[in-house]
Design a binder for this molecule. Structure first.
Ligand code: GLY
Ligand code: MN
Ligand code: MN
Length: 454
């Protein structure tokens, strides 16, 4: 079933090059004082049950700086002989482990990639890092990622002897590199955009595969299975976040992930699902009627959300504040609901944060940064005001309207009972205007009905 949907999938981009990682590393260290030791740990593997682990996903910061996806990795940067040197601890080659679990690049593999200057076995983290910690002044480390690395740094920084403190030798402070890293990660390079586009291309086709499922006997989990199977078929490592597949009233639950109810023909299904490729996330939502034909009420709500999304995307321009899409989407949604008689307030009242009626039916933000994390790093309003968009930023645009007839806190208009519509795309900010990375995913009523009728 996937062959046809994926027939026109553009080829995967070239692997991220050593130069790409070196350039990211240089941008980070160029802002650091030379008496700093930077350590970038990875989280330990997590047990699913007994001796079975969850699929491993390393730290996004480590991925950003090295692209190293295997467990037990730690990167570091130290200034030595007039230059920054980068090192990486990796799982060493081990024939027995490789017989059971798969081949390992090992230390040699890490060096051969050219992404670091030195590589060591993961077993040597303490013995290699301890003297480096002792001879620096500032340790830069994001705490809470790896307890063993935290404990090593604590032992050396907090446990500095009085004598060393008196003589001013040894590390003095621990600083968090996260804010520097997030500023870098917020602006995507061309190579990153290429991989994000690829993740989007795969996700778009997965949504089409779901739209093509026959409605008879359909359950939310069938749609989840098709979508997630398509991610892997298309070359992704899996989902970027747990798939949301809600039919009927479940479409009105924003982050519904139970995904086990039958889908009645005529109900709206809302699918919010995106693939992850080499750590890069995509994030798409489509909402459509099971059976393939929008009824009048669904059409009315869908058209408003689509218009709101288009207005919000038009605001994704260099120089516009990052909250402009939200303001644009809210305005169009409120105007639409006033025209339908769902909201009986004037426009400015409907938009009011305290007493506006729009918030009853639209209760979330219109987007978030997207990158190595689905809710990616990057401060939205440094200093309090929304930051202006810059070329290379990627943001989702995802307005919605949710008429949960099950809700005790509101009186849901009967005509729209249990209609939940969200339309979400991933938008790259460029000097030439917004570029929708997820444009391959059908979005208009006509496009969706044509696919479902095919
Ligand atoms: N997929 C979660 C979100 O759209 O934010
Ligand atoms: Mn999103
Ligand atoms: Mn989403």
């Amino acid at each position: 079933m996937f062959t046809e949907v994926f027939a026109d999938l553009p080829p995967a981009p070239a692997p991220l090059s050593a130069e790409e990682f070196r350039s990211r590393q240089d941008r980070l260290t160029s802002g650091l004082s030379t008496d700093t030791l930077l350590i970038v740990p990875s989280p330990p593997e997590r047990v699913h049950s007994n001796d079975v682990h969850y699929r491993y996903r390393t730290s996004s910061d480590l991925l950003y700086l090295t692209g190293w996806e295997d467990p037990d990795a730690t990167a570091y940067a130290v200034h030595k002989d007039g230059a920054w040197r980068w090192g990486l601890f990796v799982q060493p080659k081990d024939t027995l482990m490789e017989i059971w679990e798969g081949r390992r690049p090992g230390i040699e593999g890490a060096l051969a990639k050219g992404i670091v200057d030195e590589a060591h076995s993961a077993q040597d983290v303490s013995s290699v890092l301890a003297p480096l910690i002792d001879s620096c002044k500032v340790v830069m480390l994001r705490r809470g990622v790896n307890n063993e690395v935290d404990a090593l740094v604590d032992a050396h920084v907090l446990g500095r002897s009085r004598a060393r403190q008196r003589h001013g030798t040894g590390p003095i402070t621990i600083e968090d590199p996260s804010s520097r890293l997030s500023e870098l990660r917020l602006r995507k390079t061309e190579a990153e955009v290429a991989w994000m586009r690829h993740a989007s291309n795969i996700s778009a086709r997965a949504h089409v595969a779901a739209m093509r499922m026959p409605p008879s006997g359909l359950n939310e989990r069938h749609l989840q299975a098709v979508i997630e199977g398509a991610f892997v078929y298309g070359g992704a490592s899996g989902w970027a976040y747990p798939s949301i597949v809600g039919c009927g009233e479940n479409a009105t639950i924003l982050h519904y992930t139970v995904n086990d109810s039958p889908c009645a023909e005529g109900d709206i299904v809302l699918i919010d699902a995106g693939a992850e490729v080499h750590g890069y996330a995509s994030d798409i939502t489509r909402s459509w009627p099971v059976g393939g034909r929008f009824n009048d009420a669904q059409r009315e709500i869908y058209s408003i959300v689509l218009a709101a999304q288009e207005a919000a995307i038009a605001e994704c321009k260099v120089g516009r504040p990052s909250d402009a899409p939200h303001a644009a989407a809210r305005r169009v949604l409120a105007e639409g609901l006033i025209a339908l008689g769902v909201i009986d307030q004037a426009l400015e009242d409907a938009l009011d944060a305290d007493h506006g009626q729009l918030a009853q039916w639209y209760m979330h933000g219109t987007g978030h940064w997207l990158g190595l994390d689905v809710h990616d790093v990057g401060v939205y309003s440094p200093g309090g005001a929304a930051r202006p968009f810059e070329s290379g930023m990627v943001i989702t645009v995802e307005p919605g309207l949710y008429f949960g007839a099950w809700r005790p806190d509101v009186t849901c208009p009967e005509r729209y009972a249990n209609i939940g519509i969200r339309i979400e795309d991933d938008v790259l900010i460029t000097d030439d205007g917004p570029v929708v990375l997820t444009a391959d995913c059908p979005k208009t009523i006509e496009e969706i009905e044509a696919i479902m009728g095919s």
